[in-house]
Design a protein. Structure first.
Length: 259
């Protein structure tokens, strides 16, 4: 198994909880979403080789150290995208007949999309890859990416519709937070304050706490704490939605194509 394959395999298995987590990663959460968030935090300070070595040791897998020879982040990211592209070209999605006796469970679909977002958000290159395949409407590539991250065949149109209506599944606090922060970020985007916007979308606490004292949308809102922002925005996939919108991804008005 090549380095990219091992990386994606371990990343998905840890999010799903199907393999023992190395103690160094401190994955203590019970739910897939919380584990993915903890993993995302841990990977910020850990190299790909160190991550793969830890996971292999925890899983009892033998590693050929040759896969790490001449490793570089740039080459790894390029190889990761090439692997996903090649797999997508080989695997065309099969047409599935409509289910006659069963009704789709909206909670199950919602959960799968959350897992998909959590896994994609772990790697900037995967986010960039997702943007590319959504903009060009490459369903085969999207199906492959969803298989790698969730072991499910997710539909890109249904995913985008769900993400566009993320607030519909949330609390009143979440809807208010999403509206306020989307307005803040839209203003920063128009003002071309990319560095500040990037820090806020990545969840930098010091940046947010300074921003909330200066932003007209937040400075008179006592509830707008970092915990409020984390719970109702960062942990609910809104940063990914905003990034997709800024990069020209179009969101459908309906979950299914017109017949």
């Amino acid at each position: 198994m090549e380095l990219c394959e091992r990386y994606l395999h371990y990343m998905s298995a840890l999010c799903e909880g199907t393999m023992p987590a190395p103690p160094e990663l401190a994955l203590t959460a019970d739910t897939t979403e919380e584990r993915a968030a903890q993993l995302q935090s841990a990977l910020k300070s850990m190299s790909v080789p160190d991550f793969v070595r830890l996971c292999a040791k925890s899983a009892g897998d033998e590693l050929d150290e040759a896969i790490f020879n001449h490793f570089s982040e740039e080459d790894f990211s390029r190889a990761l995208l090439q692997m996903l592209n090649a797999a997508a070209e080989l695997e065309q999605p099969e047409e599935k007949p409509p289910a006659a006796e069963s009704t789709p469970d909206p909670d199950a679909g919602k959960h799968a999309f959350e897992v998909f977002c959590d896994c994609v958000e772990l790697d900037e290159q995967l986010v960039a890859y997702l943007i590319d395949i959504l903009k060009c409407g490459d369903k085969a590539a999207f199906y492959k990416l969803s298989q790698v991250t969730t072991q499910l065949d997710l539909d890109p149109r249904e995913f985008l519709y769900w993400l566009a209506h993320r607030e519909d599944y949330g609390t009143d606090d979440e809807r208010a937070c999403a509206a306020i922060m989307d307005a803040c970020f839209a203003r920063l985007y128009e003002e071309k304050q990319g560095e500040l916007l990037g820090a806020l979308l990545s969840g930098d606490q010091k940046t947010f706490e300074l921003f909330r004292t200066e932003a007209p949308e937040l400075r008179h809102l006592p509830a707008a704490t970092y915990e409020w922002y984390t719970k109702n925005y960062l942990d609910r996939d809104y940063p990914l939605r905003f990034i997709l919108m800024c990069n020209g991804v179009e969101f459908p008005d309906t979950p299914e194509e017109d017949k």
